[in-house]
Ligand binder design. Structure first.
Ligand code: ZN
Length: 135
């Protein structure tokens, strides 16, 4: 069902202050920055092999990322696994008794479709399913 770790999401106060470490010190190519209005975040994607690091900056005080930063400070926010068929993956997980935050997919970065599992079902690790746009 899962293909690979597509990305690891990291909550940051500021993309501008955080990108340098990954792009310059770790020499990870910056793939792009985009705003996802529905989730009130700005996202920077940096490539590492077949996986990515997704830096998440809140764009408003009521962003879920703003609340995360308030509670935990900057750090790892979620792990995203790549799936070929996100509807099938959600159905399979639901059938296995896993609780989903998103019972149907929503729009993610770079035209991907994503769905979050409920952290109560994943040992406190916020877990995302991610179906990338087939090109
Ligand atoms: Zn993500």
């Amino acid at each position: 069902m899962l293909h690979n770790v597509n990305h690891i999401g990291i909550a940051v106060q500021s993309l501008e202050d955080s990108i340098g470490f990954y792009r310059d010190a770790l020499a990870m190519p910056l793939k792009g920055i985009e705003e996802i209005a529905g989730q009130k975040v700005r996202v920077a994607m940096l490539q590492v092999g077949e996986s990515k690091i997704e830096l998440l900056e809140p764009t408003s005080a009521d962003s879920p990322i703003a609340r995360f930063l308030e509670k935990n400070g900057p750090g790892i926010h979620h792990i995203a696994y790549e799936v070929a068929d996100i509807e099938a993956a959600i159905a399979q997980l639901t059938q296995s008794g896993v609780r989903m935050i998103d019972e149907s997919p929503r729009a993610g970065a770079h035209d991907s479709r994503i769905a979050f599992l409920h952290p109560k079902s994943s040992g406190g690790v916020l877990t995302e399913l991610c179906q990338v746009k087939s090109s």
